[in-house]
Design a protein around this ligand. Structure first.
Ligand code: ADE
Length: 253
């Protein structure tokens, strides 16, 4: 799942265009997202779509042609905003919508190679179709459920991108991201104490035998994936050893 690399000196700019951009503020001031911005690897600018509304009521939505429930985000403020934000004409415009392609690690890593993203957050029934045709490069969904708007989805995307920018993670965490390239869910983790309320840490993890530990971790990751995400397992070519592990665990016939 990994494998794409970004030139370390490259900086990324993300403009978020939303009706409630302030939803993102606290998360952008915290943890890894704060660190990458402080290190000047990432700049995130939050914009309120209403700032580009043209009428005196600052309206950004209108009734759908043809009737029906719900309001539609009008094209004029969105076109004006994207034109104003995309002065260098290098921006890749992402529209956050449940109708989009699913966000995956691969997609987040490939978007992390862009120099400028404009994240357009939907609200209500979505945007006028001409916005999708003319401005949007990628329509993206963070999952098969409907949020009240695209702001939280944009934050999810920024977080997934921010943490893979060069320098965002420490060495251990970077190596850990690489382990996702196995396409399996992660194995279980334990820390001290070795015994807690009658529950013991598996003996192998205390043994110091590194090969055995790796073998155990792999088997646990395989079993966990079979249990929770059989769809991921179906995409892999399982070895005879893999199948033996799953049979012993009663996870395949
Ligand atoms: N807006 C509302 N629901 C969404 C979802 N699941 N993904 C992206 N944007 C959304």
């Amino acid at each position: 799942m990994s494998g794409v690399a970004r030139e370390p000196e490259l900086k990324m700019k993300i403009d978020v265009l939303a009706l409630f951009p302030e939803i993102l503020t606290p998360a952008l001031k915290t943890g890894i997202l704060k660190r990458v911005q402080d290190a000047d690897k990432l700049t995130v600018n939050l914009h309120n779509l209403r700032d580009w509304a043209t009428d005196k009521h600052k309206s950004v939505d209108d009734y759908p042609y043809g009737g029906g429930a719900g309001m539609i985000l009008k094209p004029e403020p969105i076109f004006a905003a994207v034109t104003a934000l995309n002065t260098e004409r290098t921006a890749h415009v992402v529209y956050l919508t449940p109708q989009g392609v699913p966000l995956t690690q691969t997609l987040a890593e490939s978007l992390s190679l862009e120099s400028h993203l404009i994240l357009l957050c939907g609200r209500y029934k979505g945007v006028d179709e001409r916005v999708r045709h003319q401005l949007v490069a990628t329509e993206l969904s963070i999952g098969d459920y409907v949020l009240s708007g695209g702001e939280i989805a944009a934050l999810v995307l920024i977080d997934a991108i921010g943490r893979v920018l060069p320098g965002a993670l420490g060495d251990y965490e970077s190596a850990h991201v690489d382990s996702f390239s196995h396409d399996l869910l992660d194995h279980p983790h334990y820390t001290r104490p070795a015994e807690f309320e009658g529950m013991d840490v598996p003996e192998v993890l205390l043994s110091g035998r590194h090969e055995d530990i790796e073998e155990w971790r792999y088997a646990e990751a395989l079993k966990r994936t079979a249990m929770y995400r059989p769809d991921l397992l179906q995409k892999l070519e399982l070895s005879e050893e893999d199948i033996a592990i799953l049979k012993t665990a009663g996870l395949v016939d």
